[in-house]
Design a protein around this ligand. Structure first.
Ligand code: PLP
Length: 366
């Protein structure tokens, strides 16, 4: 039997091969490799999809977060609140600006930041909050925005795992001051290389990030300030424009597969399935399908024996990583994030997954 992978990018390519190949050859014929009309087109396409006025294509999701912080003049002496249970980049960029990451524990049922603990972490130096819509599930944005408004804090949404997710009819990424997306190949909308975008309703922030992504210049060789080299390239943009019309269908399929997993695993006593109500006003896009189990290494071994891939996102909470040792946190500071790190396991998830494969996976976990 062949291996069952976490994602199958080849299957997706085969399903839209003609469109992808056509997108590639147009960009090459037009030699529109960096910036240019394909980037502009994708920025317009994404703006329409998200119902947001401004989109800036950048190099990666990491840069989308970093440039958002820079555009808000966040740096040395400032504090930014975020979750310790996320991909490293979320907090890395805070530290890269010179500001201090301040962690707040998660809600064990959603794996997202526990908004009820945010206020006690706010000090006079707090400038912003970065909620992460982890695994594709929207964070508690209505409560979080109220807290941010009350304390005059900016909100930068890390929507890297959640493109297309919504709360009611509002897409995540369009609720805070800026929203940040990643087009890393395995994300729900994946490019064929690195890519990212910042979205905003604020024209001033848009103008700042347009400059910051391109050496501080809007006009060539007229650099108004110091910036960065963080442009989206034309090939990636054209591929993203070709894929975007399929995103809603792909996200629906992910939800369907998640329901299939949860149904098949409901009676399995060695694990718990995601605590998510499919009728909720939070539209989860299941970037990952993640179970919790006290028997993780046993289940992982069974999966390995059956040729099934699985992944731990994330095995070490950020406050316990060597890179953040200087912040002075210790074990026990964020018990829910620590417990989650020792118990989560993500199973294969991609739109082209088949129910028969899900049955093989769930059947093997006994
Ligand atoms: C993928 C990801 C990022 C970083 O995106 P890149 O495009 O890989 O730089 C940031 N935050 C989260 C939560 C992510 O999943």
């Amino acid at each position: 039997m062949s291996r069952i992978p976490m994602v199958d990018l080849q299957a997706q390519y085969q399903s839209i091969k003609d469109e992808i190949d056509a997108a590639f050859s147009s960009v090459i014929s037009d030699t529109a490799f960096v910036g240019g009309k394909y980037v502009k087109q994708f920025e317009e396409d994404l703006a329409e999809y998200l119902s947001v006025p401004y989109v800036i294509g950048v190099n990666s999701g990491t840069d989308a977060l970093f440039l958002s912080l820079k555009a808000l003049n966040i740096g040395k002496g400032d504090e930014v609140i975020t979750t310790p249970f996320t991909f490293f980049a979320t907090a890395e960029v805070i530290a890269q600006t010179g500001a201090t990451p301040v962690f707040v524990d998660i809600n064990p049922n959603t794996f997202n930041i526990n908004v009820d603990l945010i206020e006690e972490a706010i000090t006079k130096n707090t400038k912003a909050i970065i909620p992460v819509h982890l695994y594709g599930l929207p964070a508690e944005m209505s409560k979080l925005m109220k807290i941010a408004d009350k304390h005059k804090l900016e909100v930068i949404e890390d929507a890297c795992q959640a493109i297309g997710a919504r709360i009611g009819n509002k897409r995540v990424g369009t609720i805070g001051t800026t929203g940040c997306f990643s087009f890393f190949p395995s994300k729900n909308l994946g490019a064929y290389g690195d890519g990212g975008a910042v979205v905003t309703h604020d024209k001033n922030i848009y103008n700042k990030i347009i400059k910051l992504r391109n050496h501080g210049s809007k006009k060539k060789y007229f650099n108004e300030e110091l910036g960065f080299s963080s442009r989206l390239d034309g090939l990636q943009a054209a591929i993203l424009s070709a894929k975007l019309p399929y995103l809603d269908k792909w996200n629906e399929l992910r939800r369907h597969h998640a329901q299939g997993y949860s149904k098949a695993l409901a009676e399995n006593e060695s694990l718990t399935t995601p605590k998510y109500d499919f009728d909720s006003d939070k539209y989860h896009v299941f970037h990952q399908y993640t179970i919790r189990t006290e028997n993780r290494s046993r289940i992982q071994n069974i999966l390995v024996e059956n040729g099934i891939d699985s992944m731990i996102y994330y095995p070490v909470p950020l406050h316990l990583l060597p890179a953040f040792e200087y912040l002075g946190y210790t074990e026990g500071d964020f018990p829910e994030a620590e417990k989650a790190s020792s118990a989560v396991l993500s199973l294969p998830m991609y739109p082209e997954l088949q129910q028969s494969i899900i049955s093989i996976i769930t059947g093997s976990i006994q």
